[in-house]
Design a protein around this ligand. Sequence first.
Ligand SMILES: [Zn+2]
Length: 142
Amino acid sequence: MDTITQPYKNWSNALYRLTYDEWLEKYQPIKNNLSTYSFETYGDELEYVLQQDDKNVWTEMEGMEGISIVNGYHLVNRLCYYITVKPWTKDVEIPISIDKQCDCMSEGDAKIDCGECGGVGYMTFYIDTREELEMIYGPQDV
Ligand SMILES: [Zn+2]
């Protein structure tokens, strides 16, 4: 994580961010029939999501900069849904991972034999702790 030195652009426009663990504790997602928190984007699980109040629904989505969970039901770039016991009351983003451009991309194309990124041009960082969250997005008003 120490290669990230500046805050990233916020693609979801949320002003308020939590780590996944903080979100679990605060909003209390329920489990589906398979005892996982994530609900599918099709079939019976989607039907169940659509029956919920939007304020209890969250969408995990893949954006340009990585993967985040955001409040509310969204279609675009969705990966799965969550349903929480506690409703959201404002825009919240739970960043799961971000993709950082590799230094080898500064010369145009990724180097096929790059030792840092393996030739894909970016590296994925997973955000687990508040320290990592604030290193990337700056201090959060919690
Ligand atoms: Zn590289």
